[in-house]
Write a new protein. Structure first.
Length: 528
C-alpha cells in the first residue's frame, strides 16, 4: 500500500450531537491516515433533511477540534473534491442514478406510501421480513410508466438487485464476508424529493473523492453488499472495507446513555482532558498490547494498525475514563494544570469570584488537589470553598450586638450548613465550642503573616508546618483524638468533611479567612 494513496473519511450525519461511537470512528480514521501519511477527509452527509438538527454541524466540528483531530479536506478547509456537504452535490447523484437507469441496473418505482405499508405488513406475515418491497414496479412496461407519470406521480429510483447469487467482499477486520442476494431488497437510490439515500450518496462520494479505505461502525456491515453491487454496476473500483467493533456497556448491551455514553462536548464541559479522551477512545476496540494503557497521541499514531483492532465488542467503562483522566492530570506540571483549570473556569465560571482569581493564587491551590482530582470540574469543586465560603456573607451592621467576639471591623460570614456537621458522630456541643475557642486563640496568638495570597510554595509549606506545630499538640491538651479535632477544624474552615490536607489548606486560605470562618462556626454552634 502506497502511503500517499491512503485517503479515509469521516462522514457524519448532522441528525444529532456526535456521541462516543461517532467520534471513536473519526479517531480511528484519523490515526490510520496519520500513521500512513495519508489524508483525512471530513464530509457532512446532510441529505436526510427531515432529521437535521440545528447546531449539529457546529458540534461535529467543535468536537473534532477539541480532540485535535484536524482534517485535510472538508468544511472550513476546502479541497480538490468538494463541495463537502452532500446537500450541495445533488447533481452528481442524479447523474449516477441516470447512469444506473440507462444501464438497466435501476428502475423507477411509483408505489405510494400506503401501498408500501401494506406490502411490508403482508411480507412480515409471510416471514419475508428481510425484504421490505415486493418489486412491484421492477417489470413495468414503458406504457405503464408513462401512464403513472401522467398522473403526476413522482417516482423514486430503486436499485435492481440480482435475484440470486452471492455478494462477497473482504473486510480487513472480519475477513471474507458473504451475503446471499436473495436477502437484499431493491433498495431506494433517489427519493421522491430528489435527495439521495445514504447508499447512493455514500458510494458516489467515496469514488469521486478517491477514498481508499472505509473504516466505519460495525452496524454498516449489512449495508456493504448493497454498496458492493453499486460499485460494480457503476464500474467503480470499491475501497477497502474495515468495520469497527461495536461499543458495549458494562452489561454487554449496546451502549446507551444509561452506561455513561454521551456527547464528546459534554465530556469537555465536565472537565475531561482532550488527550485523555483520545487515549480512552483509542482503546475501545484497539490495543497496543495486553498491558499498555497510557499512550500519547504521537504514540497512538506511531503504533496504530488495523491488525490490532479487535473483532469483538469494546466495553465502555466510565470508571476507567475517570481513572485515565486523573492520571493525565497528575502527570501535568503544576503550571500546566493551573492553566487548564483557569481556562476551564473562564469557560464555565461557577461564581463571580472565580472569574477574577489570579493565576498566582490558583498555583498555590493546585498542589492541594492534584493527587485527588479526576476531572477539571472535580478539581474546581474541591477548592471552591476557598473562593465561595461555606457560609453566607453578611455585613457588620447586620450582626447582633451580643456576638461573643464583638462587632467585627471586617465582613463576617454566617454559616448556612447544619451544626451537626461540625459535631460529627462523637463531639458534644460543649467540647466542640471549647476546641474551636482554643484553636482560635492559638491561631490569633500565632500572628504569622499567612495571608493566603502572593506567596511561593516554600513559604506556604513553612506556614503549613507552623500551623501543624501549633494545632497538633492542642488536640492532646483538649483530650481529643487528632482525627476528631482536625475534622472539626476542617468543617469550620471549609464546610466539608473531606477536603485537601488541612494545614496546607489553611495556609492557602490565609489568616483572616480562617479566623473568620472559625468565628462563624462558633456562632453557628451558639452559646454553651
Amino acid at each position: 500500500m502506497s502511503e500517499e494513496s491512503v485517503r479515509v473519511r469521516f462522514a457524519p450525519s448532522p441528525t444529532g450531537i456526535p456521541h462516543v461511537g461517532n467520534i471513536r470512528t473519526a479517531l480511528f480514521n484519523w490515526l490510520f491516515a496519520r500513521h500512513h501519511g495519508g489524508s483525512f477527509i471530513l464530509r457532512i452527509e446532510d441529505t436526510d433533511v427531515t432529521r437535521r438538527v440545528e447546531g449539529a454541524v457546529e458540534a461535529i466540528l467543535e468536537s473534532l477540534r477539541w480532540l485535535g483531530l484536524d482534517w485535510d479536506e472538508g468544511p472550513e478547509v476546502g479541497g480538490d473534491y468538494g463541495p463537502y456537504f452532500q446537500s450541495k452535490r445533488l447533481e452528481l447523484y442524479h447523474r449516477c442514478a441516470q447512469q444506473l437507469l440507462e444501464g438497466g441496473h435501476a428502475y423507477k418505482c411509483y408505489c405510494s406510501e400506503e401501498r408500501l405499508d401494506r406490502t411490508r405488513a403482508e411480507m412480515a406475515k409471510r416471514k419475508e421480513a428481510m425484504r421490505s418491497y415486493d418489486r412491484h414496479c421492477r417489470h413495468l412496461s414503458d406504457k405503464e410508466r408513462t401512464k403513472l407519470e401522467s398522473q403526476g406521480i413522482t417516482p423514486v429510483v430503486r436499485f435492481k438487485t440480482p435475484l440470486e447469487g452471492q455478494i462477497r467482499f473482504h473486510d480487513l477486520i472480519r475477513g471474507e464476508v458473504v451475503f446471499e442476494a436473495s436477502t437484499i431488497d431493491d433498495f431506494v437510490l433517489l427519493k421522491s424529493d430528489g435527495y439521495p439515500t445514504y447508499h447512493m450518496a455514500n458510494v458516489a462520494d467515496d469514488h469521486l473523492m478517491k477514498i481508499s479505505h472505509v473504516l466505519r461502525a460495525d452496524e454498516w456491515l449489512s449495508s456493504t453488499p448493497r454498496h458492493v453491487l453499486l460499485y460494480e454496476s457503476l464500474g467503480y473500483e470499491p475501497p477497502v472495507f474495515a468495520h469497527l467493533p461495536m461499543i458495549l456497556g458494562s452489561d454487554r448491551a449496546k451502549l446507551s446513555k444509561r452506561h455513561g455514553a454521551t456527547s464528546v462536548i459534554e465530556y469537555r464541559d465536565k472537565g475531561y482532558l482532550p488527550e485523555a479522551v483520545v487515549n480512552f477512545l483509542a482503546l475501545l476496540g484497539w490495543a497496543l498490547d495486553d498491558k499498555t494503557e497510557i499512550l500519547s497521541k504521537e504514540e497512538l499514531i506511531r503504533y496504530f494498525s488495523i491488525e490490532r483492532i479487535s473483532k469483538t465488542g469494546a466495553i465502555f467503562n466510565k470508571d476507567k475514563l475517570d481513572w485515565m483522566n486523573g492520571v493525565y492530570m497528575r502527570n501535568m506540571s503544576i503550571a500546566e494544570l493551573t492553566d487548564r483549570l483557569r481556562a476551564f473556569l473562564e469557560r464555565y465560571p461557577p461564581t463571580k469570584v472565580e472569574r477574577s482569581i489570579s493565576a498566582e493564587y490558583v498555583l498555590q491551590i493546585v498542589p492541594l488537589i492534584q493527587e485527588r482530582a479526576t476531572t477539571l470540574e472535580g478539581a474546581a469543586d474541591q477548592y471552591r470553598f476557598i473562593f465561595k465560603p461555606p457560609t453566607q456573607i453578611i455585613k457588620p451592621e447586620s450582626i447582633p450586638s451580643e456576638e461573643k467576639f464583638g462587632t467585627p471591623t471586617v465582613i463576617q460570614e454566617k454559616i448556612d450548613y447544619d451544626a451537626g456537621l461540625l459535631l460529627g458522630k462523637k463531639l458534644t456541643k460543649e467540647t466542640a465550642v471549647a476546641a474551636l475557642e482554643a484553636a482560635l486563640q492559638r491561631l490569633t496568638d500565632l500572628g504569622a503573616d499567612w495571608d493566603g495570597t502572593g506567596r511561593d510554595a516554600e513559604k506556604l509549606a513553612k506556614d503549613a508546618q507552623s500551623l501543624e506545630e501549633v494545632l497538633r499538640p492542642l488536640a492532646d491538651e483538649l483530650g481529643l483524638k487528632t482525627g476528631e479535632f482536625f475534622g472539626l477544624l476542617r468543617v469550620a474552615v471549609t464546610g466539608r468533611t473531606a477536603a485537601p490536607p488541612l494545614f496546607q489548606t489553611m495556609a492557602v486560605l490565609g489568616r483572616e479567612r480562617c479566623l473568620r470562618r472559625i468565628e462563624a462556626a462558633l456562632r453557628k454552634l451558639g452559646p454553651v
